[in-house]
Structures are given as C-alpha cells and as structure tokens.
Design a protein around this ligand. Structure first.
Ligand code: 9D3
Length: 245
C-alpha cells in the first residue's frame, strides 16, 4: 500500500513514520510513503499557500491551487484505486472499521491542513472523504495523517508478528484490555494478582475476561452497549460488580 501526504511539514511526517511498526513496514517495502508540499506548487515570489477568508474573520485559509496541484502529482505517482482524504475537525470520526475498510485501496492520499482551514471547494472537488481523529483540537492534520498511517499499516499482512496479529482478532474484541503485570512480583505497596501466579490458564483467561468486561463497564459503557455478551461474560461482569462493593 502507498501513502501520500500533502503537507506543509513533510519532514515531520517522514520523521515520525520512520519509527516503530511503520518504520519497519517502510523498510520492508510493505508500505511506501511520499510527501507533497503545497508550497512547491506555488508560483509567486513569496510561495504563498494561504490567504484571508472571504467574509472576514480570524486566521488564514489554505488556497485551492497549490493543494490541487499537489494532489494531482500525488495521483500521477500512484496506480489503481486511489482515495483522497482531507483530515479535519469536521470529518467523520475514525474508527477501527473505517481504517480496516481503507486498507483495501492501493493508494491513500492524506491531506493535512494548517491555519484555520482550507478552501471548501478543494474538499468538494478533490477529496473523496473527510476524517477526524476525535473531538479535541490539534494544530494541523499531520499528526492525524500519522495516526491513520499507523492504524492502517498495522492491519496489513506481514506487518505484525504472529502473536500480535492473533491478538487483533481475539475474543476480547470490542472490549478494553485487561491489566498487565511483569516482574518484580512485589512493588512497595502493590503485588501481582494471585491468579496470574497460579499457572492455571483457564482461571487466568476467566480473570482477564472479567477485568476486560469490568473496565469496559466502568470506563466505556458505550462500547459495552454495542456488544452481545455471552452468558459466561454476563456472569463474569456480575462478579466484577459484586467484588467492587
Ligand atoms: C475555531 C474553530 N476550530 C475548528 C474546530 C479551528 C481549527 C482547529 C484546529 C481549525 C483547524 C484545526 C486543525 N486541526 C486539524 O487539522 C485536524 C484535527 C483536529 O483538530 N481534531 C481532530 N481531528 C483532526 S484531523 C485534522
């Protein structure tokens, strides 16, 4: 899969993508990443990419033409199925399902904005979709593009090791994770739950499922409402709640 990011800060995107899972996937050629700077598509002396908003108001707006020409070149560099996505606070919220669907295209062009926003005609004429990473404010689309690249890359075949990929379709899907512990067994005020030291893997699995259900119930009841719990899970969650009191 090929990622193209249209950004005024290409070095930021290249640098961050070079680490960890995405860095390894790039090295191994499972994904590629190209960056396109709208400033390179300007023709005036000051390489102007922004202008004042029609109608007045604060901040500046990114101009149509440099964005359009950058996306045009990004398209030319790719093949087959391309999707152009503008990252913005007004976009549809990214979910695991949305990322999972997105990995089906061979080229994903991600447009990162800066300033107050971009000319809306670019969204209408040049973009297929508009995505947000959540209901909070960040300063531009680059970190959002990196979130998308990371989230999709780790779904691609051969990117994660066998153990991690098994976890992706585990029975805890749709729940928060259970708590993890490693050595030492005893910290100042806190020890590891006895069950995890018991060697009884059926008990350990049940404890972990109970914790996952309990934490989801406490912290993300919205997730729990979407899930159909088995009879076993219902009773584990009841136990968790009883043990709280
Ligand atoms: C005052 C109105 N603000 C819109 C909510 C102005 C504004 C805030 C942040 C304009 C642009 C930005 C830059 N944000 C992004 O480019 C962005 C973003 C985000 O801020 N939150 C969640 N997802 C995303 S994706 C891109």
């Amino acid at each position: 899969m090929r990622f193209d990011v249209v950004t005024l800060f290409p070095e930021m995107v290249i640098a961050a993508a070079g680490y960890g899972v995405t860095g390894r996937a790039l090295e191994r050629g499972i994904v590629s990443l190209s960056v396109w700077n709208p400033r390179d598509y300007t023709h005036d002396k000051h390489r102007t990419v922004d202008d004042k908003p029609y109608g007045g108001g604060p901040g500046m707006v990114m101009k149509y033409q440099p964005l359009h020409d950058a996306v045009y070149d990004a398209r030319q560099a790719g093949v087959e199925t391309t999707k152009v996505v503008y990252l913005s606070p007004q976009g549809k919220p990214i979910t695991q399902d949305l990322l999972s669907d997105a990995r089906e295209v061979s080229q994903l062009i991600l447009v990162a904005g800066r300033y107050e926003g971009i000319d809306e005609r670019f969204v209408k004429l040049d973009c297929d979709d508009e995505w947000s990473i959540g209901d909070y404010v960040i300063s531009g689309g680059e970190l959002a593009a990196l979130v998308v690249i990371d989230g999709i890359t780790r779904l691609l075949p051969g990117v994660l090791g066998d153990e991690d990929s098994a976890q992706q379709d585990s029975h805890m899907n749709g729940l928060l994770d259970y708590p993890h512990f490693t050595r030492p067994e005893q910290l100042e005020e806190s020890s590891v739950p006895d069950i995890l030291m018991s060697g009884n893997h059926a008990d350990i699995d049940r404890w972990r499922m109970k914790q996952a259900l309990g934490r989801t119930w406490q912290r993300r009841p919205d997730l729990l409402k979407k899930k159909n719990l088995s009879a076993e899970q219902e009773s584990l969650l009841k136990e968790f709640i009883v043990e709280l009191n």
